[in-house]
Design a protein around this ligand. Structure first.
Ligand code: FES
Length: 124
């Protein structure tokens, strides 16, 4: 595989996989026998979220993540393409900071997506 990068899964015993950086990580890892949770497969539900520990990911289609989740290192494997070798924690045991009760702990303005945090001109 030309241009392949190495994906290491820290919370699966440090197992590593060579993947094509042009393909989404969920598809590449599942093709190599890694069992991962997923739902929509288009970046909309966050079921496939994993925590990026090292490396760089392109995930422009990850519309379901808010700024806090992005800052906490979450990536959506169904749309994430690796830009370098990466180390990830995957599965529900990586979701410790992913979900929170919005009534007990509302998100601050800077933790929302920019288009949610900014009111359109005509509604002000
Ligand atoms: S499976 Fe829904 S966001 Fe990845």
């Amino acid at each position: 595989m030309t241009g392949a990068v190495t994906i290491t899964i820290a919370n699966r015993g440090g197992a590593s996989f060579l993947v094509d950086p042009k393909k989404p990580l969920l598809a590449s890892l599942e093709a190599q026998g890694v069992s991962l949770p997923y739902g929509c497969k288009y970046g909309g539900c966050i079921t496939c979220a994993a925590k990026l520990l090292h490396g760089e990911i392109d995930q422009q289609a990850a519309v379901a993540l808010n700024n806090k989740q992005l800052r906490d290192g979450y990536v959506l494997l169904c749309v994430a393409r690796p830009k370098s070798d990466c180390t990830l924690d995957v599965g529900v045991d990586s979701h410790d900071k992913l979900y929170r009760n919005p009534f007990a702990e509302p998100l601050k303005q800077d933790e929302l997506k920019a288009d949610i945090a900014t009111q359109p001109e005509e509604t002000r």
